[in-house]
Design a protein around this ligand. Structure first.
Ligand code: 13P
Length: 289
């Protein structure tokens, strides 16, 4: 069932858990994540970066694939198809393509421009029944060419953006896309507490979910995070399993070269990672709450 993420976020806040956003790259990724969500009876958000959208030949292809897959696989849990770190132009492309949820990442813009564009997109998304995620204070590291400095968000700016009526807010609290450096100081719970104080019940989004210790993820959820984004960890799981298959020479045995066989261990590894995260975020069994 393709839905906006609005209701998912409200239910997650009320139930003190978080919904996972897992980024997709192709058919295998999408199928693995949807099947795991159904098996776990968990709501799920499929994240699509602009780079991944381009790789899959465009947002229209992605929306058509996801909608058809939900139907063909009999996926009954709530699924949101969400643009990840969208540009202003990318947001409109995804709205037109039939996405159910949009992230406008105006964090690199001057705050007034971020506010103006977010406000405009809130009105458009509200009208169409879509959810909108906004961002304040860029997430560190690099994701699909989007590079962030990783500063902690200013609670006053968070309040300004939250008051525009966005469905969820991504606010930097020391989180980074990709691998965390050895000397990473951990999440700034002081910043998270100050943001929560400023924005009240606004569902918060924790980007850079890969590699954050479980206790810190749980604490962040207890303090207002309702959505956790995971991308790199699924990529590592897929890569490791694929490497093991080839290193064991399985692609050279019988019909082991068949792409459906070659990609199967990676697809299974993604499923295991997604399941582990859904358990950690507490969203298992919450599909019909
Ligand atoms: P990771 O790749 O670090 O898991 O981050 C994912 C993310 O935040 C997508 O927006």
């Amino acid at each position: 069932m393709l839905v906006s993420a609005k209701e998912m976020m409200q239910k997650a806040r009320a139930g003190h858990y978080a919904v996972g956003q897992f980024n997709i790259n192709n058919l295998e990724w999408t199928k693995s994540i949807l099947l795991t969500a159904q098996e776990c009876q968990s709501p799920v958000i499929l994240g699509v970066s602009e780079g991944a959208g381009k790789y899959m030949t465009g947002f229209k292809t992605v929306a058509a694939m996801v909608k058809a897959m939900i139907e063909e696989l009999n996926i009954t849990v709530p699924v949101a198809l969400h643009l990840d770190h969208g540009t202003y132009e990318g947001c409109y492309k995804c709205i037109k393509a039939g996405f159910s949820s949009i992230m406008f990442d105006g964090s690199s813009l001057p705050i007034d421009e971020n506010l103006a564009k977010t406000k405009e997109l809130v009105a458009v998304c509200d009208h169409l029944g879509l959810s909108l995620e906004a961002e304040v204070g860029s997430i560190g590291g690099e994701e699909d060419g989007v590079i962030g400095a990783g500063e902690c968000a200013d609670p006053a700016e968070c309040k300004q953006v939250a008051s525009l009526g966005v469905s969820m807010l991504a606010a930097g609290i020391g989180n980074i896309h990709g691998k965390y450096p050895e000397n990473w100081a951990g999440l700034s719970f002081e910043t998270l507490a100050a943001i929560k104080e400023a924005v009240g019940d606004m569902p918060l989004v924790l980007h850079g979910g890969t590699g954050i210790p479980a206790d810190q993820v749980k604490k962040a959820i207890s303090m207002g995070v309702a959505k956790v984004n995971v991308n790199t960890e699924c990529q590592w799981a897929f890569q490791e399993a694929t490497r093991a298959y080839i290193e064991a020479g399985k692609d050279l045995q019988g019909k082991g070269f068949d792409p459906r066989k070659l990609l199967a261990p990676g697809a299974e590894a993604i499923k295991a990672t997604v399941k582990e995260k859904m358990e950690l975020f507490g969203s298992v069994g919450k599909a019909n709450d």
